[in-house]
Design a protein around this ligand. Sequence first.
Ligand code: ADP
Length: 624
Amino acid sequence: MAQTREFKTEVQQLLQLMIHSLYSNRDIFLRELVANAADALDKARFESLTDPEAARQWKISITPDKENKTLTISDNGIGMTENDVVENIGTIAKSGTKAFLKMLEEKGENSADIPEMIGQFGVGFYSAFMVASSVELITRRGNEPAVRWSSTGEGSYELENADKAEPGTDIILHLKEDAELYLESWKISEIVHRYSDFIAYPIVMPEKKVKEDKTECIEERTLNSQKAIWLRKPSEITEDEYKSFYAHLSNFGGTEFLKAIHMTAEGTSEFKALLFLPKQAPFNLLMPDIQKKGLQLYIKRMFITDECKELLPDYLRFVCGVVDSSDLPLNVSREILQQNPLLGKIQTAVTGKVLSELKKLLENDRENYEKFFAEFGRILKEGLHTDRTNGEKLKDLVLYESMNSENGKRITLKEYVNAMPESQKDIYFITGEKREAVASSPALEFFRKKGYDVLFMTDPIDEWVMQSMYQYDQKYFKSIVKGDFEDKESEDKVKADSEKYAVVAEFLKKTLEDKVSEVRFSGRLTDSPCCLITDGQALSPHMERLFRAMNQDVPVSKRILELNGDHPIIAALNAKIAVDADSVELKKYAGVLYDQALLLEGSPLSDPAAFAREVVELLSGVLK
Ligand code: ADP
């Protein structure tokens, strides 16, 4: 007996959109259904490796029926049990549905590229409702009872037992009036040719033929060439073919990519690969729990898996593509396959190739490389910490903003080193949340005066990466908010200031006792009265903030307060202390000085209200 069940709310919302608003490229519904059918065939064929009886003539057929206005997409693949149907099509709101709705909310549902991205979110099946007023799905998994699912996409669906002679799935679309174009065989073959030509199974359409003796018969016409694009010569592949193949690699939406990379490896491990550097980061790149798919692994043209993490290091997870090996064993389970040492060899070769292609891009097409880096740089940088073997190559690929480069412009480490004046021995950097925050740090003043550049490290990951990046080109990396700098020129000046204003340093040290570990003069500053410096061993203030943001307990480390002997405030303080060292006002000045130093380096104040109150009080004193 048929039972009626409700869709989950998210699915209902999604279906409403499919039915009412997404019209910009309805053709892709067929691509999505064919892709699902091809996946189902991949799974069945993989099973048949260990169960030869399950082998059959794998194929996908597309059958238009003009009389009944239906379009049927059938496959003889893995099929679904009743449970599978309930789980996959309808009740369980998959993570993809939510993510898709969120993206719509951000982009606005009329954006033209949304249909292109449907596949990326694992909601492809529902795109059938762009063209169909109702959808039937009849499916059978092995010898389990067959199931019929149907829905008009409006809140509920029906489920009942069905008859089906062979394992596999039929999807019957009852086309909307304005979608009858999809009954035309020319339209169907056009779409298949455009989006699904390389699918490794025949996609056939039954056609009426009139024989010589005038009797009619049905013949199947194969619509796709099934040519594996990665085995072909690059010179013979058109831009459109690349684009549609790229769109097919399901973990990325859209058809635009930055670069296609062909690889042929011979020797210890033989394989061919076609890899893509994408243009835009997909929504799930930074969410490792959703991002499960990696390169697609084929063995002798047979699809094995796209969840083989061993093919690429994590920090290249933005690369998508296909690896087709000719010497991995075919008849083993995926789990055993993943332990095969050949995979490591493939990873080494693929990594080397991708890094050298990135280097070429950096050298020959800086503009596009910078765009690439803006999207994927923070992921690539993970490799500096995790991949020691390729560390030196990676150092040549990373870009940073710097004090001397204009806003938004990034430089390489090589460019930084080439611009170093002779007197500069180390590579200087500062970490922080964003350019604006680090660019106003008083700690920069010394370097500006010296004519040294300072790298701005404003990715959250930089701080972590710098823990393992000691040197580049035999020069050490030094954080400018840490420790001491050798500065012969100002040594005498600092000594003179320390003597002249000894009481100021002493007074501040006593007043700010529980906040700073030391107060001293330095030649580091030119414009600001003071700044806070971290002891060489301690965490930088940015790192402390990151840890706190992650709810981790970090000991409050006392910092060093450095003073600028040339600043008028110091002389003024000196004079005041001489008159009345115990005045309440003086203590307030000390507090305000300390707080503004925190503000300038982007650290939060422990009591912002008190700071504001004191500033106002001081102002009223001045304005009196
Ligand atoms: P995705 O394919 O991206 O996971 P879909 O909404 O297109 O998302 O499909 C949901 C799920 O339904 C698939 O993951 C698959 O398990 C199942 N499915 C869809 N079509 C078929 C089919 N033709 N044969 C077997 N299973 C299918």
